[in-house]
Write a protein that binds this ligand. Sequence first.
Ligand code: CTP
Length: 404
Amino acid sequence: MSRIVLGVGGGVAAYKSALLLRALTERGHDVRVVPTASALRFVGAATFEALSGNPVSTEVWDDVPEVAHVRIGQTADLVVVNPATADLLARAAAGRADDLLTATLLATGAPVVFVPAMHTEMWLHPATQDNVATLRRRGAVVLPPAVGRLTGPDSGPGRLPEPADVAALLDVVLAGGSLHQDLAGARVVVSAGGTREPLDPVRFLGNRSSGRQGWALARVAAARGAEVTLVAANVEDPAPFGCAVVPVGTAAELEAAMGEHAPDADVVVMAAAVADFRPTEVAAAKMKKGGSSEPSAVALTRNPDVLAGLVAARPEGQLVVGFAAETGDADDDVLGHARAKLARKGCDLLVVNDVSAGQVFGRPDNAVTVLAADGSATVVPAGPKDLVAAGIWDSVAPRVTTRR
Ligand code: CTP
């Protein structure tokens, strides 16, 4: 349980802060909401008080005997401002303390995360960009805004990320993971999920990959400034913020999508579980069991190794990251098998999952080792998948060269 201050700026996206508050309290955190006076024109104090179970105040003149303007910031483990308007970013960058939220931002030693939301023109204005650069230079996390529908008919960068994305990223910051902009300007292509190889119009050969680790890798890369394309094989979850999603079904479709998007990328991450074989024949109509009690054998054909193809075709300077789910056996242990796979596949880095106990698929937690072609091995300890994703990017980001 952490003590979180949820600052709310005065933009229409303030309504989403109620859902973020809910996501944080469901994780067991004690949340104190500090809205600006304008935020309360969009969402009432009663909503924040009921959902947080804590009193809500806006001005430094409230709770004077408690010296709330200093105490709230001093006792916080994390301060998140969601949404952070252009005005709030400007006041924070200038070090103003003209209401309870800005005073709290000055008084806190805890990590601070700003989640901006505003119209595209306001986000791109040099004044806002300078304020964002100032806040980041001082150590605050300022998430890039999502791209999409804004209030009214316009659309572009400036949309508030969805509460589920923000909550997952706050897990990273609370656990000491990095969300700094070390992937700014990098183009990243991530594959995620599991391919499905049809037998007939209703049946397929598939696997148990949930896509969650790939989702987390894409989301954290976007939060760290990358332009992300997510090639998603059979994942129903909503697209993570900041990512363009290309849905695919089969290994052949995944190979085609990677072939289209990978050539321009600085980093390619193959987190998808790709079927090694597909049924040789796909029945045009649903296969019937017929009168026989004997099942008919299914002939299989080898699928292309997409990762090996990407390695063979990679442009100069591109980093290729593979994944491997391994178990130890009589021949070798998990890392031994993984080192052999890294050499066989020819990629720069291999993220290794030990699935001996079968406990990774579909679970929120994960633990991996990142092996590099230069022989190094970095352990990323067990944690929520977004924290593991941040640990993986810590290994990958210093090796990325932006080719634009
Ligand atoms: N992969 C791929 N195309 C395939 C199979 C796997 O691109 N047809 C990629 C996966 O996305 C992953 C990596 O290769 O990044 C390792 O996958 P894995 O299934 O462990 O590798 P295999 O070569 O199939 O090894 P094994 O012999 O252990 O099955």
